[in-house]
Ligand binder design. Structure first.
Ligand code: TRP
Length: 427
């Protein structure tokens, strides 16, 4: 449940529609789905496997399993990625909190598309306001880790995330009755193969890693908390299915609305923040639905930020455990929150910084991390302990395990390298 909460977040509802909109809709969707099948499921399993087998965070896992420091660069890559993601992720979470507050006092009532676009610009360039709204989720996340109420959040999201799905289905139902919504469905589901460029492919791969929380050791950390009896395969499959369902549903809501309102799908990061309020204005009970939706969106974002910060906190505890000054959880929470706040200020101050953090993590660092981890498991771990999973995890059939090993040894590293080489120009 916690890993599903980590996966489902702003990546699905904010990022997926805007990246898909910028990269040709249907052309992007098909490449994205291929990436999810090819990379998503096996890489989630890979991270869980590393974590469950080593019982350590991304800091100690590789050393524990390998007996030496040769893979330690992967750990450093992981923690760096996590910090950069938090830098911009909390900014966007701040937008969500701001929109929740505004939905509550009915600010969007009667605003048209142009007014909503201007509104987004005004809100996000208001520095004191954005500082306030981005620090609220940082502090909430830190509080959850501080008081160790992760379990409570997990139980809460077990109820709330299905509710999010229900609301999204209702919204999709309303949007599809708007005039002109067919063009949006056409845009999202019709594949124009000539639009599949190297840029589309690398963005789709990056989005897949980002949305599923893979390539930076978050799921290694969660894997290390797994009980021995937990089955890696079925957990991974559930995460992939749920996460993809939410992303597609977000597309089915946003794109028909974009076209019905005569808006541009390639509008960039502001896309959903302009289109969503406009959708609520078209629905009955606008106040009720918008408050409920933004509440759930904020909670979905929080379960993701919790996983991001948990990974860094566990990393710091683990990294300092054998030194003269070991840090306990609470001290680590303070240190990581402080670093994150600095990064958030940087992303608020520099729009270019925001974009670079976003693109560099998804399109370069996470694929590199995933490349490292699949090579590690494929060429190191499974050679050393060929029966690692069949003994420990009865959930996986023998032939499936063979397919998995083949994927992590050859196909995944090969595909990542080829996609990198192909997109050198874009990068
Ligand atoms: N997957 C989350 C989302 O879609 C974001 C996220 C949480 C994440 N933890 C992560 C991304 C770890 C990469 C790595 O919103």
């Amino acid at each position: 449940m916690a890993a599903a909460g980590s996966a489902i977040g702003l990546g699905n509802i904010w990022k997926f529609p805007y990246i898909a909109g910028e990269n040709g809709g249907g052309a992007f969707l098909i490449v994205y789905l291929i990436c999810v099948l090819l990379f998503g499921m096996p890489l989630i399993m890979t991270e869980f496997l590393i974590g469950k087998r080593s019982g350590r965070s991304a800091y100690g896992a590789f050393r524990e399993l390998n007996g030496n420091n040769r893979w330690q660069w992967l750990s450093w890559l992981c923690i760096l990625t996590s910090l950069l993601i938090m830098g911009f992720y909390f900014v966007v979470t701040g937008w969500c909190f701001n929109y929740l507050a505004e939905a509550f006092i009915n600010v969007f009532n009667g605003l048209d598309m142009q007014a909503l676009t201007d509104h987004f610009g005004q809100v996000t360039s208001n520095m004191p306001r954005m500082l306030l709204f981005s620090f609220i989720p940082v502090l909430l996340t830190a509080a959850v880790l501080w008081f160790d109420v992760n379990k409570g959040i997990e139980r809460l999201s077990k109820v709330l995330m299905p509710l999010l799905l229900v609301i999204m289905f209702i919204m999709a139902g309303r949007v599809l009755t708007l005039d002109g919504s067919k063009t949006g469905l056409q845009f999202f589901f019709h594949t124009d193969f000539s639009k599949i460029t190297p840029r589309v492919i690398i963005e789709a791969m990056g989005q897949c890693f980002f949305s599923l929380s893979i390539g930076m050791g978050t799921l290694v950390t969660y894997g290390s908390y797994m009980p021995k009896t937990q089955k890696i395969t079925s957990s991974s499959l559930q995460i992939v299915i749920l996460d993809t369902l939410v992303a597609i549903l977000a597309g089915v809501i946003i794109f028909p609305a974009v076209f019905a309102f005569g808006f541009n799908p390639a509008e960039g990061p502001q896309l959903v923040f302009v289109v969503l309020p406009a959708i609520f204005e078209q629905m009955g009970w606008a106040w009720f639905f918008s408050v409920l939706f933004f509440t759930l969106l904020c909670i979905a974002a929080l379960t993701s930020t919790i996983s991001l910060m948990e990974m860094s906190v566990a990393f710091l505890c683990d990294a300092t455990a054998e030194t003269k000054h070991p840090l306990n959880r609470r001290k680590s929470v303070i240190i990581i929150s402080a670093i994150v706040m600095v990064l958030v200020i940087f992303c608020l101050w520099s729009a270019t910084g925001f974009t670079i953090f976003d693109k560099a993590t998804a399109c370069v660092m996470m694929p590199l991390g995933a490349l490292g981890m699949s090579l590690f498991v494929g060429w190191r771990l499974t050679k050393k302990e060929p029966k690692i999973i069949t003994e420990k995890d009865k959930g996986i059939k023998n032939w499936l395990w063979k397919v998995y090993v083949f994927l992590v040894r050859f196909i995944i590293p090969g595909a990542i390298v080829i996609i990198f080489l192909n997109s050198l120009e874009v990068l």
